[in-house]
Design a binder for this molecule. Structure first.
Ligand code: ADP
Ligand code: MG
Length: 384
């Protein structure tokens, strides 16, 4: 759906004009399972968006319409309660956080649509939150700084929706910059942009369309394994608070006290935090091939040491190794399904898609989906 369609839908339902806000989804080039270890990630906003039509309505009611689901929802200012529908909670969560920060939010109307695939790991949820938070901030002249919009969007998802997400997704949706990735320090929330010069290569996501149910419990287990590793290293180094503070040498020196499984989990995370730094050096030096190689290393670690991959993801990454047009490939996100992210020579994209589609379907019974993405700006008001 185009922006002009959102305006029209808004006008048809509410008989007024809307202000338009667009909030992107995100990719993460490298730095996986590093966020909750106080490490670095390297995300970027993409050219897939949630589009909002928004405007005040002069009442004490919030009225939402989700075009893609053809569903409508109403809530009353000051009386927000969790909805069974699901999606209104992302919106109410934002209002709830604004309220908690001391801002009254009078009634408004919202039309929302999106071309970010839902649940594929491109953070449609964070875009929903960042888009509304930004729109309401401007419409009601709240003057909330961008970083606070990021934080309250995350808390909206944590507290109102009840999803224990990190801060990267909302960060990327707000601070994304066209042509750039940014390295986010998940401990300090400092960040730095790096130009992503792809030199004739494109970014293609391949969606397995599977989500293995193991995901949530394994995620919690990984977090515990990391904490256990930190506590072992911290016994001799009181300044160690997270795997961010741990080096390979420190790990090695206490290796005999580690359970081998916990050791390899920690070894992956420590290596990955370091790899993000080196990958940024590659970008600065224009070494996109070396950058791609590091994506393969990340996947290897996630698959063999961190053990959060699955057959479908491994199949897709292995398949790319036969294709000389592919510079890098890895699973993206928490794991156990979702997408791989691939850097591919532009000219090789059509044949890659065709070949992998066929092979994947033969093996798993259904073809994967493909999303070509470009690195784009963060959330903004759209003016004609
Ligand atoms: P993702 O990886 O895409 O963020 P999540 O499970 O975190 O997946 O969030 C997906 C949820 O966000 C959906 O179940 C729905 O409630 C909401 N959502 C996403 N896109 C839309 C949309 N276009 N319209 C309404 N709700 C949406
Ligand atoms: Mg999400």
């Amino acid at each position: 759906m185009k922006i002009s369609d959102v305006k029209e839908v808004f006008r048809n339902i509410y008989n007024r004009d809307a202000r338009i806000y667009i909030a992107p989804g995100r990719i993460n080039l490298i730095g996986e399972h590093t966020d909750y270890n106080d490490g670095f990630v390297l995300p970027a906003a993409i050219d897939k968006h949630v589009i909002y039509g928004l405007n005040e309505n002069g009442s004490n009611k919030y009225r939402f319409h989700a075009v893609d689901l053809d569903q409508t929802f109403e809530a009353q200012a000051g009386k927000l309660i969790q909805a069974d529908l699901g999606w209104p909670n992302y919106l109410m969560g934002v209002i709830d956080q604004l309220n908690r920060a001391g801002h009254d939010i009078p009634g408004f109307d919202a039309v929302v649509t999106s071309d970010i695939p839902i649940g594929a790991g491109l953070s449609s949820s964070a875009a929903l939150e960042a888009g509304l938070a930004t729109g309401l901030n401007e419409i009601y002249n709240l003057n909330i700084p961008k970083l606070d919009l990021v934080k309250l969007s995350q808390r909206a998802e944590n507290e109102f929706v009840g999803v224990n997400c990190g801060i990267m997704d909302q960060f990327a949706s707000v601070f994304g910059k066209s042509g750039h990735v940014f390295r986010l320090d998940c401990r300090s929330l400092d960040f730095e942009y790096f130009p992503l010069k792809l030199n004739g290569n494109g970014i293609v996501l391949v969606d397995t369309r599977v989500k293995h149910s193991l995901g949530t419990s394994e995620y919690n287990t990984r977090r515990q394994e990391c904490e256990l590793g930190v506590s072992l290293v911290a016994e001799g180094n009181a300044q160690v608070k997270s795997l961010r503070d741990v080096t390979r040498d420190m790990l090695e020196s206490v290796r005999e006290r580690f359970d081998p499984v916990v050791y390899k989990r920690c070894d992956y995370v420590v290596g990955e935090i370091d790899r993000v730094q080196k990958a940024c050096e590659d970008l600065v030096a224009g070494r996109i091939e070396d950058f791609g190689e590091k994506m393969y290393e990340t996947h290897e670690g996630l698959s063999k040491d961190y053990e959060v991959s699955c057959e479908e993801l491994d199949f897709l990454v292995d398949f790319t190794k036969k294709d000389p047009d592919i510079l890098g490939s890895r699973m993206m996100g928490g794991g156990f399904g979702g997408c791989t992210i691939n850097i591919i020579k532009e000219t090789g994209i059509p044949s890659f898609r065709e070949n992998v589609s066929e092979a994947f379907k033969n093996r798993f019974g259904h073809p994967p989906l493909f999303y070509d993405v470009k690195v784009d700006d963060g959330v903004r008001q759209f003016y004609e």
